[in-house]
Design a protein. Sequence first.
Length: 192
Amino acid sequence: MKTKLKRIADSAMLIAIGTVLSLFTFQGPWLLGGGITVCSMLPLVMIAQRYGTKWGIFSSLIYSVLQMFIGLNNVQYAPTALSAAGVVVFDYILAYTVLGFSACFNNLIANRRKAIVLGILVTFSGRFLCHFISGVLIWEALFPNELGWASPVWSLVYNASYMIPEILITSIVAYLSYKPLKRYWLREDIVQ
């Protein structure tokens, strides 16, 4: 019972940290807009690393619902229930829940630090794919881009403009923080 409570409390704290970090976005010099956060999704990666993929997916689902409520104004742009459902599913539920799979490479790669970075690269690319699909199917239909670009090109460039920096920043921070915070990454800091 104590172990479950510690896991819930630890996960709640990390989800809260990620949620607060997601509120601080930095607008970049890119032309199409969008913003990056500094490691707002790293706490989700830590949860998956500390407690495994199933708990990581569950925690990421909780985070996705929180992000949906924070970004509820995005759902309001949808003129139909179907497009609103598409925004909810692709831009929130799937896009963030996929991050819970970031610990899947731990048993495939002996070097845990490299497994963490690979998990970030793969799962954040999954998040990018969700946003790309949403951009092509939903957002371009609602708000055609002013540049006249083909829908897939616009969605690719727009979503890559913030996801590539997110992937790079989070990967670098995870790699650099692993050694000094190894006990925390591996859940050795919690007394059973």
